[in-house]
Design a protein around this ligand. Structure first.
Ligand SMILES: [Zn+2]
Length: 341
């Protein structure tokens, strides 16, 4: 089959469109023809060697496609079904997996990180990863859902324990996690949502997703604006994934007793924290990593019934993955970049 693969870590130029062996279908697996694979920032880290993926490597975590065939032990799904794949691998027999906390499994990894991903024509995965999708979702839309909607759901619901009517600051409206978090907070929990964006066009799109207030993070100081908007109170929950560039503002934006939940550090991982501020204002700082398989099924219900909507920024042919990576590195997108084999 044809695949995007790299044999050394580096810039977008290391990506090669080349012939690789077809995957071998185990008896407990499902073989899927990839129709769309959405990109995440993880693809850039993986390509640059930050996560030390084995070489040569096929990246790509968010996959939608059609079942080609199923192994002898697989029941319940059949050839021809349209599906998306849970973007994770786990052992399925350790205490954490048995308890449904797959993202705490010692062997947990995001699909396309420690193992080969979906930037290719065919992939075989365990049946537990395969989730049928409704006709109302295109493959490009379906591929834009799993990783970011699961991450945002785990942050808001699993970790920060959002309650109806709370106030939420979501950093980076145009990012995949931002798009998902704004919608989950607004459409399901009727939260007051404040978010940030860098251009007038993106600010307008954020409002269309349901944001009540949008801060221009290039022209306004986020912490000051959140205090102004909230009548000096601050917000109940901050959804962080930016890291160094926004950390100070994010902490400053919290209400007394508020919760900051973080799933990433796109602009850098080293940040400061004034402990006097943390204990006197009784703040919670929580880490979040992907989510559980059960949570993916929970959030997908709202995607499948149309309450939550994936946003596709741009679709590239798979062989133009290099251009897609360059597009992502410029951070110009609002929504997901999708590759079509
Ligand atoms: Zn496990």
């Amino acid at each position: 089959m044809q695949a995007i693969r790299f044999h050394e870590y580096g810039g977008p130029e290391v990506l090669r469109y080349e012939q690789v062996p077809d995957p071998v279908l185990r008896q407990d697996q499902v073989l899927v023809r990839v129709k769309a694979c959405a990109m995440n920032h993880l693809d850039l880290w993986v390509r640059m060697g930050t996560t030390r993926s084995p070489l040569p490597h096929i990246p790509g975590s968010d996959i939608a496609g059609e079942i080609v065939s199923v192994g002898e032990y697989v029941t319940g799904v059949r050839a021809g079904e349209r599906v998306l794949l849970a973007p994770m691998a786990f052992c399925n027999h350790c205490p954490a997996c048995a308890d449904g906390r797959q993202n705490q499994c010692p062997q947990f990894t995001v699909l396309g990180n420690a193992n080969d991903g979906g930037d290719c024509a065919l992939i075989s995965v365990p049946q537990v990863n395969v989730i049928p999708i409704p006709e109302t979702l295109t493959f490009d839309q379906a591929a834009s859902v799993p990783l970011v909607f699961l991450t945002a759901w785990h942050m808001l619901v699993g970790r920060a324990r959002i309650r109806p009517g709370q106030s939420v600051l979501v950093l980076g409206a145009g990012s995949g996690v931002g798009i998902a978090a704004i919608q989950i907070a607004k459409k399901i929990f009727r939260a007051t949502v404040i978010t940030t964006a860098g251009t007038e066009a993106k600010m307008e799109k954020a409002r269309q997703l349901g944001a009540d207030h949008v801060i221009n993070h290039y022209q306004q100081k986020i912490g000051n604006e959140v205090r102004r908007i909230s009548g000096k109170q601050g917000v109940d929950i901050v959804v962080e994934h930016v890291g160094k560039a926004t950390w100070e503002d994010s902490v400053k934006s919290l209400k007394a007793g508020g919760t900051l939940v973080t799933c990433g550090a796109t602009t850098g991982p080293e940040v400061g924290l004034d402990l006097r501020f943390v204990y006197s204002r009784q703040l919670s700082v929580l880490g979040s990593y992907m989510g559980t398989l059960g949570e993916l099924h929970e959030v997908l219900k709202f995607v499948f019934d149309g309450t939550l909507q994936p946003v596709v920024d741009r679709v590239f042919p798979l062989r133009e993955a290099r251009a897609a990576h360059e597009h992502m590195e410029k951070s110009q997108m609002f929504g997901k970049i999708v590759l079509n084999p």
